[in-house]
Design a protein around this ligand. Structure first.
Ligand code: ADP
Length: 261
């Protein structure tokens, strides 16, 4: 019997470093998310944690593929793939037939068109403005003294929605602070914050052209409140990758596996 082969995907984002190890191109044996991105110790820690989980060392890894904003700064990669392609490959492997992938990360948001063969065909990206990205949610959560992981639960408890009228993150932050000063319900504010991200993201998707099925990956896909607000805004159902924040690392691991298999 042939020896097992391991392919590692490392996604070095602006906000978080992610690593995923695939055994024989199929089974995920190690994964990690470290909340520090490019230019920090995050990538190295993510690799070490995923290796530890898999009970492997670097010598066991047949191929390393880097992706993400900091992919070119990672030494030790056999292959490099753009995060657009990595998210497309990852989403297609989990949801064959997907045509639109929405990836919202810490600093940018992307709508990606996937063709019928699962390849990235076109994309629209917002990397100029924090509104509609994870950064917007991180800033708002801090003002509300919440962790981003609590936003979904707060949204689900909201009985109304407070509309956030500012499109700029800095002005929206002041707007939320002034609402708080008036004792507005925090859950309703969270719902309004999610709607604001959904409106921005929907406009990206419409510029690309909405073709179903739609999948969402990236860190913000962990927030079901944003996913539901976006489903409402676009009027479609959105599948969420169970790997969400690890979608890019997974796609990179598959990319590498295809190169060596
Ligand atoms: P990048 O690749 O740009 O570093 P990620 O795809 O890793 O970004 O996403 C980071 C974003 O994910 C953060 O800005 C944060 O808003 C969001 N996020 C991270 N963890 C959670 C969580 N547990 N619940 C909700 N949102 C989260």
């Amino acid at each position: 019997m042939a020896a097992d082969k391991y392919s590692m995907g490392v996604d070095i984002g602006s906000t978080a470093s992610k690593c995923l190890i695939l055994k024989n191109g199929e089974e995920t044996v190690g994964q990690s998310i470290i909340a520090s991105g490019t230019g920090t110790s995050g990538p190295g820690r993510a690799v070490a944690e995923a290796l530890g989980m898999a009970g492997l060392t670097m010598e066991d890894i047949s191929c390393v593929t880097a992706t993400g904003y900091g992919r070119n700064t990672f030494s030790g990669a056999d292959y490099i793939v753009s995060e657009l392609s990595a998210h497309a490959i990852g989403a297609y492997a989990l949801f064959p037939g997907v045509r639109t992938v929405i990836d919202i990360g810490g600093q940018d948001a992307k709508a990606i068109r996937v063709n019928e063969q699962g390849r990235m065909e076109n994309f629209i990206m917002n990397d100029k403005c924090a509104a509609g990205t994870g950064r917007f949610l991180d800033v708002m959560a801090r003002v509300l003294e919440l962790d981003v992981s609590e936003l979904e639960k707060r949204d689900a408890l909201a009985e109304s929605t407070v509309r956030i009228s500012s499109t700029c993150t800095v002005f929206a932050e002041s707007e939320v602070i002034s609402q708080l000063a008036q004792n507005v319900d925090i859950n309703a504010l969270v719902a309004g914050i999610h709607d604001s991200v959904a409106v921005r993201t929907a406009s990206l998707v419409r510029r690309l052209g909405l073709i179903e099925p739609v999948v969402m990956s990236g860190g913000v896909a962990r927030n079901g409140g944003v996913v539901r607000a976006l489903e409402k805004e676009l009027g479609v159902s959105i599948s969420v990758s169970p790997l969400n924040q690890l979608g890019g690392a997974f796609g990179a691991a598959i990319y590498g596996w295809k190169k060596i298999s």
